[in-house]
Design a protein around this ligand. Sequence first.
Ligand SMILES: Cc1ncc(COP(=O)(O)O)c(C=O)c1O
Length: 419
Amino acid sequence: MTTRNDAEKRDADDPLAPLRDLFDLPEGTIYLDGNSLGALPRATAARVQEVVTGEWGDALIESWNSAGWIALPHRVGDKIARLVGAGAGELVVADSTSVNVYKVLKAALGLAEPGRDVIVSERTNFPTDLYIAQSVAREHGCELVLLEPGEQPADRLDERVAVLMLTHVNYRTGAMWDMAGITAQAHERGVLTVWDLCHSAGAVPVDLTGAGADFAIGCGYKFLNGGPGAPAYVWASPRHADRFAQPLSGWMGHAAPFAFTTDYEPAPGIARYVSGTPGVIATAALECGVDTLLAAEPYGGLAALRRKSLELTRLFADLVEERVPGFAIESPRDDERRGSQVCLSRPEGGYAIVQALIARGVVGDFRVGSDGLPDILRFGVTPLYTRFVDVWDAVEQLRQVMESAEWRDERFDQRLAVT
Ligand SMILES: Cc1ncc(COP(=O)(O)O)c(C=O)c1O
């Protein structure tokens, strides 16, 4: 069994350890929720201050040109592209994930072979993806078919299916789909793929180009550390870049926004995915977050981060199994299939246990079960700043919360708006 001393030794030997210093982390908190909201990079506050007081305050509107604001969604998009196996000029920062799901689903349906009128997704997909897919299906007179847990996409991809939309790493369990294998199966059956990378980008290696994927979207506020509500991003394969239409055809995606013509003409490639004026302050903060990941490149980049993430999640799951009885581990134990989180379930008390842990300075989160799915206690690791000793201490705190039964205190069962 790993002791606390062993964990400290692993931190002392960890070549990625210096990267933790890129973050402003509160003293005494073990933060295991970077899969929901990434921590604050040290560079962000000063950069946002500079954008606000210097670029906006002093240079005013000139900054659209002089500070390069107009190109910001592309500049940051190019940086994110490096994290997800996409090329420069293929990915752009825009809107929210939900809005981008709408845009890519409509674009994919527009490219699908005539007569195909089914969208396939999965019941355990993040609800916003399903809600948006329900709207798109209604608009197009399509059927939305949902895979049940344990079902394989290929079993549902028949000649009626236009689009397969999956989240690469599942938000409830951390289970990861084989993007390349599934995309190949989809293409063999004439089906286009849409991948949600919210829990993947910056956490696990993603190779959109190598997988031959069609469209991808994702958020900026989880492993990309872009801040609460950070802008999202969208990618289209260069195969489709000049062929697809996006439904929110705003002026910033026009071929010549400042020609102010009456009729819409899409910009070439991914630029058409920008609908309206980009949020400059938020995108500048997102760039600082993305830069924390790019700072890992000299240390071996995402491959090294992935190795550490797997070691951290494996340690977390092993320690829970060894030291804290009563929990089922809902995340795959197989490294190939696990994202960067460990999810636990228990027939009762999940919410209160998470709250009791938060009161002890161990921050994870809770996702309620529905449709027969269990309640989930989620613990995300972010190898840029999570230490082995954090994992050891978090599990020890969980052990104490359970052994003392303090989670049964009614103050821990008051549901907050955000769980
Ligand atoms: C897989 C996935 N998609 C989408 C979202 C949220 O979308 P939005 O950023 O539009 O709120 C989340 C949020 O956690 C998510 O996990």
